[in-house]
Design a protein around this ligand. Sequence first.
Ligand code: FE2
Length: 215
Amino acid sequence: MTPNNQQPAPTGPFSLPALAYPPAALEPHIDAQTMQIHHDKHHQTYITNLNNAVAKVYGPNSRVMSAEALLKNLERIPEDSRAAVRNNAGGHVNHTIFWTLMKPGGGGAPTGAIADAIKGTFGDFDKFKAAFEDAGLKRFGSGWVWLSVKKGKLELASYPYQDTPILEGGVPVLGNDVWEHAYYLKYQNKRADYLKAWWNVVNWDEVNNRLKMGR
Ligand SMILES: [Fe+2]
């Protein structure tokens, strides 16, 4: 307890995962400043708010279920905290996955099982890219476009705010953040240019890992 009888802000149980590459590593497609602010500030804010939200429900710095499990069990969260947990656990999980889906020197055509799965579901990679970019472009306001596995099948959809396929029992496989904070410094209002450039940093090995998790 602090002298004025207020609880200090909780510092856990959730914490910011480090990037596996320097923030400038995805240049020129994603600029270093965007990566820094996106990871260090935006992602951290979801974590801080998630820690505050779970402290309200379970007490400060409690050991609670994983952020994914919170999203799968939202009905267990009291109604007055549910939106905060949904938005901030979603923000934490979506971004944690997102950083791993990119790497310096990434991009190119998909390889391995995901290449076959994309071909089987969408016809070919170009058709899939067009559908993915279209979904990202049409998401009004802030949100995500996710390729996920649901009941063994690939599904492509966009989601508002920090919603995620996890809320619908899916496993996110490949997703792009279409909040303006993900691209505005470099691409301003040109979300379509960002969506196109982003293919140059996709980490297909990690997409294959996630596909395996979903099947
Ligand atoms: Fe973001």
